[in-house]
Design a protein around this ligand. Sequence first.
Ligand SMILES: [Zn+2]
Length: 322
Amino acid sequence: MLSRREVLFLSGAAAASGLAGRIVPGWAAPLRYDLKANKLTDGIWMVAGRQEAITRENGGAIANIAILDSEAGSIIIDTGPSRLFGEALARLAGELTGKPVARVYNTHFHPDHVFGNQAFQRDKIAAPKGVIDGLAANGSGFSDAMYFIAGDWMRGTDVITPGHVLEAQVEDFGDRRLRPLAMRGHTSSDLVLFDESSGFLFAGDLVFLDRAPTTPHADIERWRIALANLGGIPHRRLIPGHGPAEDNTRGLDQTRRWLETIPPLIRDAFEKGLDISEATALPLPEWTSSIALARYEFERTVNHLYPRLEAETWPRVDGVAQ
Ligand SMILES: [Zn+2]
């Protein structure tokens, strides 16, 4: 029970700070991720990311997360954008499986996939060395950006690198066997996981479906090779990093089509002499109209590809040999 003096003090402080009688966004609404687990098959669930860019409204919950049950405990693929999300995810995995966490994987170093790491024991978080190094190198820059964009959702979030360097060809969890596959293309190190028991392929951000791929850290040629390799793995269902999990090749096809169409379109614009603002205003192919964030990611790609093309193509005018 508050004393009369305390009540007066609190209301006075509220009035003094301008909070009395009005709702302040971000103060009034409790920050809570409402995670919904979609059951894909027995013992496998997906928490679907929103097909959006990271905003203050969605708290960065835009990437797909998977939870798998096994005799050895729950297995979690990616941890989401913040400490708060990671904690909600850990609770959800416990409710679904009734077991402690056996393993957490990080598919790549992007913050929407790994900033929930803090909610898990570090030695249980596994990733290839390239993912760990990428997170160590880029984590603080990503963290600044995430706090700036997503605001209070990020409160208390620290960058935690995985404590287990993943080198094994096979990971056994009693009745479940996963094959980690080290690839690259979306970033310098992308982890794909194939679950032998279900035939499910967890492709991370090498595959985007109904949402435009992000390319700021991409090597387009290597990404296309990775897609060809993924297509060669017989699988029953593919879980993309963003977009619906389907039992067809739509995700692979659409990502490939984007990579084969959009970067050449930008290169062509550059070669025709269009400046950066003219290039960003170019019309996109009709088939991209049903893809979320097509224009947004196209503009981002123009903005990071143009400086590269300029560096590659334009001669130096200061007489220094290149
Ligand atoms: Zn990514």
